[in-house]
Write a protein that binds this ligand. Structure first.
Ligand SMILES: NC(=O)c1ccc[n+]([C@@H]2O[C@H](COP(=O)([O-])OP(=O)(O)OC[C@H]3O[C@@H](n4cnc5c(N)ncnc54)[C@H](OP(=O)(O)O)[C@@H]3O)[C@@H](O)[C@H]2O)c1
Length: 273
């Protein structure tokens, strides 16, 4: 598995399994299958309601804890200094873990509340409850405000990113500040048919004997973006990991780059209730 180094030296596998909308047995089976077949990075969140199943699958996989990279996220109602500290402890209990590898603020709230939550996360990081910290759904202005109070630069910003929403300027800004961009919905999530039916993507996939989903993931990886495709289907879980044995030509890369429409399929962070 290819990895990247975060700004604090922690190593993160460039591809992980997403678990949004994967419930109970489905989440358990997907995570167990993924871990038994080469995945080492799992993305969950308190709000997904599946931390217990994810934790059980981690345990049952028998893979040593230090070989895994586990991310969870702070739910919106838990934002605030004390509540953030309690929230990570509860997530750890549900996951059956002593620490996570990455803890993210799931969505930005008011600058003040977010700053308080982030301060608690910095302390949780220093106390060893998480090996790295970061944010999610943060735009330029959320990051700029966070920089005013943060003592530790976030390691990751997890945002919606796929062929129709490539976030090139945000990635440039994040990289300049040492923050890795991580793509959620890398397959366009509930709008995946719009991605799979794209004829330019189909032609590129055919040229490599790969699927459109694999080309979409490969493109983000070649942009140095971490991807966390979700699937509860064993065949697709395997397919999504099988993206490290081919390279896009410059022309293909350019073709996909030109598919960017700035098209969001998830809410704007500033309008998220
Ligand atoms: N931070 C945030 O606010 C936020 C928001 C959304 C998501 N996320 C994280 O990012 C992860 C990925 O995003 P996402 O789940 O929304 O969307 P996604 O990974 O872009 O797409 C998931 C959809 O694609 C299908 N799929 C997966 N691989 C496929 C393949 N090879 N061929 C055909 N279809 C395939 C899945 O179906 P099956 O499962 O039925 O196979 C599912 O319907 C989430 O699971 C979550 O961990 C974070």
């Amino acid at each position: 598995m290819k990895t990247a180094k975060l700004n604090n030296g922690v190593t993160i596998p460039l591809l992980g399994l997403g678990t949004f909308r994967a419930q109970e047995k489905e989440a358990y089976n997907a995570v167990l299958h993924a871990l038994k077949n080469g995945y080492r990075h799992i993305d969950t969140a308190a709000v997904y309601g599946n931390e217990e199943e994810v934790g059980q699958a981690i345990k049952d996989s028998g893979i040593p804890r230090e070989e895994l990279f586990i991310t969870t996220k702070l739910a919106n109602p838990d934002q605030g200094y004390l509540s953030t500290k309690k929230a990570l402890r509860k997530s750890l209990e549900r996951l059956g873990l002593d620490y996570v590898d990455l803890y993210l603020i799931h969505w930005p709230k008011s600058y003040e509340l977010t700053a308080d939550s982030y301060q608690a996360m910095e302390e949780l990081y220093l106390d060893g409850y998480t090996r790295s910290i970061g944010v999610s759904n943060f735009n330029f202005h959320h990051l700029e405000h966070l920089f005013e109070t943060a003592e530790i630069i976030p390691q990751v910003n997890q945002v919606e990113s796929h062929i129709y929403l490539q976030n090139k300027k945000l990635q440039e800004f994040c990289m300049k500040n040492g923050i890795y961009l991580e793509a959620y919905a890398p397959l366009a999530s509930h709008e995946i048919s719009k991605l799979l039916e794209n004829e330019k993507m189909q032609a590129i996939a055919k040229a490599h004997g790969k699927s459109v989903a694999q080309v979409a993931l490969r493109y983000q990886l070649e942009r140095d973006i971490i991807v966390i495709p979700k699937s509860v289907t064993p065949k697709r879980i395997d397919e999504n990991l099988d993206v490290f044995d081919f390279e896009l030509t410059d022309e293909e890369f350019e073709t996909i780059s030109n598919l960017d429409r700035g098209r969001k399929f998830f809410p704007e962070p500033d309008n998220f209730a």
